[in-house]
Design a protein around this ligand. Structure first.
Ligand code: ZN
Ligand code: ZN
Length: 99
C-alpha cells in the first residue's frame, strides 16, 4: 500500500529543493550582489551556489598563497586570505579567477 502521507511529504520536499535550486541558479545569473560579492572576494559559484555551511568548530589554516595563518569560525575554510584574493583577483574560497 502506498503511504500517501509520505508521498505528499516527499512531493513537498522535492518541490522545495527544486525551488531553492532554481533560486540559486537565478541568483547566479542575475548576480545582483555583485558589489557585495567583490567586497567578499567570492566568485559567482561560491557566492550563490556553494553552501557556506560548515561544522561549528574553530579552524585554522594557512593561506595557499602567502602562508598567513587564517582563523575560521567553522570548518568551511577559504583557500586564500582576503589580501591575496583581492591582489590577484581570485576567489578567496575556491581560488578560481573572479568572474
Ligand atoms: Zn594570503
Ligand atoms: Zn569560488
Amino acid at each position: 500500500m502506498i503511504d500517501e502521507v509520505k508521498a505528499r511529504n516527499s512531493k513537498a520536499r522535492n518541490i522545495h529543493v527544486v525551488n531553492s535550486h532554481r533560486y540559486m541558479m537565478e541568483s547566479y545569473d542575475r548576480d545582483s550582489l555583485f558589489t557585495e560579492r567583490y567586497e567578499e572576494s567570492l566568485c559567482r559559484y561560491c557566492k550563490y551556489i556553494s553552501s557556506r555551511i560548515g561544522a561549528d568548530v574553530l579552524t585554522e589554516k594557512p593561506c595557499d598563497c602567502c602562508g598567513k595563518m587564517m582563523t575560521f569560525a567553522n570548518s568551511n575554510i577559504d583557500d586564500l586570505c582576503i589580501d591575496c584574493a583581492k591582489t590577484h583577483g581570485h576567489c578567496k574560497h575556491c581560488s578560481q579567477e573572479m568572474n
